[in-house]
Design a protein around this ligand. Sequence first.
Ligand code: NAD
Length: 480
Amino acid sequence: MGFLEYAPAPESRSILQLKDSYGLFIGGEFVEGRGGAFDTISPADESRIASIAIGSDEDVDAAVAAARQAHTKVWSKMSGRDRGKYLFRIARLVQERARELAVAESLDNGKPIRESRDVDVPLVAAWFFYYAGWADKLDHAGVGANPQSLGVAGQVIPWNFPLLMLAWKVAPALAAGNTVVLKPAETTSLTALIFAEILQQADLPAGVVNIVTGAGATGASLVRHPDVNKVAFTGSTGVGRDIAKAVAGTGKSLTLELGGKAANIVFDDAPIEQAVEGIVNGIFFNQGHVCCAGSRLLVQESIHDEVIDRLKTRLSTLRLGDPLDKNTDIGAINSAAQLARIRELSDIGEAEGAERWTAECEIPEQGFWFAPTIFTGVETSHRIAREEVFGPVLSVLTFRTPDEAVAKANNTPYGLSAGIWSDKGSRILAVADRLRAGVVWANTFNRFDPSSPFGGYKESGYGREGGKQGLAAYLKGASA
Ligand code: NAD
């Protein structure tokens, strides 16, 4: 260990009381799955964590039936005030068990404990607190008179923010009086199953939330189930398209949160130090496994070299390694499949003529890792400028005028988020107004708040999550 290096500060796994195998959570109880089982592993060292059940069509059917019964008999009849009490209770239990949830998330997903502890889990609690507050105020949400729940929501979520995506889906659904069947992503089911234990602890009536684990086939079975009234999906655009086709003409309500290829635009009058931190946070937060990641840096030509030099210096100080170590900045890539995709697209970037730079860091022998990487000299036609890498890879493009910046930023099939760095408020407002992106951050990036709606344009999906818009998505005929 050299001078001024950090000693390891690993968070202890002893706070976890994991089971060796997890069943499905249906009707308030853990039951065995009928579709077999698989092991969930830690992406940091490929060690086995626990066995996870695979939900079959029959299991999905049983979960939807439990949700329907709970909706008809209990949840839709309960006053908003009482529903709110359950949501507040869940929020408080998430806070009480925050450390355990953070350790489980980092273990199963590979993200640094600093992020799961300081970002994911606090936001999960914030989401439940926020929607708990809405449960008895639906009449005042400006979503029409006497708002009614839709019924049973079938929700499918990805692996990048496992528990947070659960909260984004479950909290508004329950506040609006719906019941839920949720399918977590196959590589990251663990925190959803600990969350099921929290629901038991909260005495949530049986069947109000059901959790059915498994892979794509289980998700496909859920979204196609004829007794589901609302489908909410977060994941890739390809699967989103498939779901949109399956749902078309069925009368089900649909929200799709899909991929992104956000432009992070840095003007020459930007506070450079701050912008460099924002670029790092924009693309290297959560190993770049972020749908709204600032994966395309658009930097004004006159400051390109300075920004890139400072960025490289900053990236050289990031620590990659054990996700449970409190000093870790960059954790593990979530799966071997995702690592293969990141490698493939990065190789294509190099073959297409962009210049690759990778931060020097030691890569652990076990597990899935990818060092922070920057591509300069990227052109808008390059695949690394158009396709979502979903990893710690930044593509850098340049522009000369605000018009060119806007044109390049909008030159993408996606439209989820964008960032602007400038000292001038008028420039920020003028540019933000012309960006086709659901969220535009100014002099910051990757900030989330439950009261702020989030969602995309174009191939990034439709519908909004968060805020009262996110509540309206779970109410009949409502729009906010
Ligand atoms: P994915 O689409 O492969 O999987 C997402 C979920 O869908 C998983 O639970 C998976 O099991 C399930 N699934 C797979 N095939 C299915 C099918 N045919 N029918 C129903 N469900 C099916 O995506 P992923 O690799 O897990 O996640 C990465 C993608 O998610 C990225 O493209 C990212 O941009 C996107 N994402 C978007 C947001 C957002 O809010 N817009 C948030 C996080 C991730």
